[in-house]
Design a protein around this ligand. Sequence first.
Ligand SMILES: Nc1ncnc2c1ncn2[C@@H]1O[C@H](COP(=O)(O)OP(=O)(O)OP(=O)(O)O)[C@@H](O)[C@H]1O
Ligand SMILES: [Mg+2]
Length: 223
Amino acid sequence: MNNIIECKNLSYSYHDGDRETPILVNLNLEVSMGESVAILGQSGCGKSTLLNILGGIDKPSYGIVKIDGVDLSAISEEKLTKIRSERLGYVYQFHHLLKDFSAIENTAMPLLIKGTNRGAAIEEAKNILSTIGLENRLNHLPSELSGGERQRVAIARAIINKPSCVLADEPTGNLDAKNALSTLEMLINLNQAQNSSLVIVTHDEKIAQKMSTVLVLEDGSIK
Ligand SMILES: Nc1ncnc2c1ncn2[C@@H]1O[C@H](COP(=O)(O)OP(=O)(O)OP(=O)(O)O)[C@@H](O)[C@H]1O
Ligand SMILES: [Mg+2]
């Protein structure tokens, strides 16, 4: 019962007119509280597709996804949004920062949406950004940041709410070795300090080895 994520017989196909592209087929996955999971797999095997489904962004064609025991298909959009914002932290493969907001505002956004006092939210965002070496980029817009800096801001934004589970799609893909390590450590620290869960999609075996579980997505399911 202490699984943060549970997928049963999950299938997903993209549809475009008559063309169907099956991506995930009868996939089963369980992630327990406190577990850290790496998902490896070849480019195009469906890793981002799977993460989008786990994050409630896309709906499966068949099967069940439960977050903290709640079946995502059985709840309203409003409840889904609430679960996503309160329990999950999502790091997209491509950062998706809000272009008109600075690094510190993007990071603070989940707290501001939740109704946290602006001063406290900005202070917390500053703390997190400082731990990942962005203390001198607080007021830069995404367009004024490097690719790796944007990725770090996206990670800071995903963890500021202290979510039960962070879903991260190649979170260190644009980073040099030193920054990849410090960013990964930040994710692992959150995972250990709060007994939260971490699911990382990666191509990097070194990152995968730091996780408690390593899974491979192949032919549409977890091997
Ligand atoms: N809208 C779409 N319509 C049809 N096929 C799609 C669509 N979006 C993605 N796909 C296909 O689904 C497959 C899985 O895509 P996905 O982005 O999940 O792969 P991935 O494992 O994350 O790859 P990468 O490691 O390159 O990021 C790919 O072969 C892709 O071409
Ligand atoms: Mg991908």
